[in-house]
Design a protein around this ligand. Sequence first.
Ligand code: ZN
Length: 437
Amino acid sequence: MQRQPTEHWNPTIETMPRNALRDLQSERLIRQVHHVYNNSAFFREFYDAAGVKPSDIKSIDDITKLPIMSKDDLRRFRGSHGDPFCGTLCVPVGALKKVHKSTGTSGAPNVFGLSEADWDQSAENFARMLYRVGVRAGYRTNNWLEAAMTWHGYSMTAWGARKIGATVFALEFDNRSVVQTNLELLAGADLSAIFIYHPEIEVQYLRQHGLVPTEIHPNLSFIYSAFLCTDARRKILEDAWGVPYWNMGASGDQYIPASECHLSAPALHYPEDQFVVETVDSKTLLPVAPGAEGELVLTNLWAEATPFLRYRMEDVVAVNDAPCGCGSTHARVNYRGRYAWSVAVGERRIFSDDVENILWAHPKTEFSAYQLIKEHAQPQDRLHVRSTVRGEAEYGLSELLTDQLERELGVPVTIEFVEPETIAVGTVKFVRVTTRD
Ligand SMILES: [Zn+2]
């Protein structure tokens, strides 16, 4: 589908030479390390235990001297100190303009927040992110986060859109009513871009009700959201909505403002003046070779209230820091998937997205709930996949899918068709990887 050329919200920063960017990172990292050490109980304890002092950090090259923190470190601190901010709050509680929490996908949610200055900076960062995907002054768009999930850090995206000069309709009563709210209630509102959330529910609703988004909103130019997006998923979305889909960053804690440009897709540009982007080996926590796949580790260079430094994101990515054709000199981060949603088969690591991309390209398994079975002993010899199927599984479907999975993933595969109840959680989520002995 035709994509719009990329322009930059802040061209000076987004196209600055990388050596100048490194200098800016050095300056901000030094300031940030002093700030967290002097003001956060968590970081003081964490760095003291590792034997690191702020004066050890003299430039961005010293960042590897800082220990890497994980969600477990935060939970441990919370458990021993009873602080919902996990000791990371660096300003008085009274200085917080807004408090947010994470979704808690992998355990108890973190609580964090924004000072007045952080609020302004995150709106600016989200303006850059949204401008890159195509939001412009005068646009009309929705924001289900601000409407139905204001506790989520990503609800600040509404302020990014307003900063650009767009009008934000935040009217969804829950995050499953994006289509009803924006195509039915707001028919006639001439929306320019729609922020979607549950692709499966939304596409199903469009089809069942015969809705044509571009007839309802003739100036609709794209849809956008923030989830890991396989090629198969993107194709289904673009066919159903009739406009391009643009993807953005996918984590609310730390207010991560990453998004695709028309050339980087599916990789996301990260603003490296605001975050240091690193990739490490998940076991050793040592940096991987430049460009190699590893776990994403981020350092927040801008927030004063609850910045996390060298924070494990639990996503496996590859980072490309060569300048992009769009003019941006900031890294492009290509997401492979969540480490927790992968299994090792022989020499290869297979992510749930790899499997989804193949299953969802078939009409009978489009949007199927699926699951990878992880054996207790890793690596395993074979990839086991469970999938739901639309209607009756036709003769030969199992063989066809097995053959295609084996060919594209390069490992032996067993596929089993199951009832949705077997792997579903609630009505839309499913457990992507389950472990068995
Ligand atoms: Zn680009």
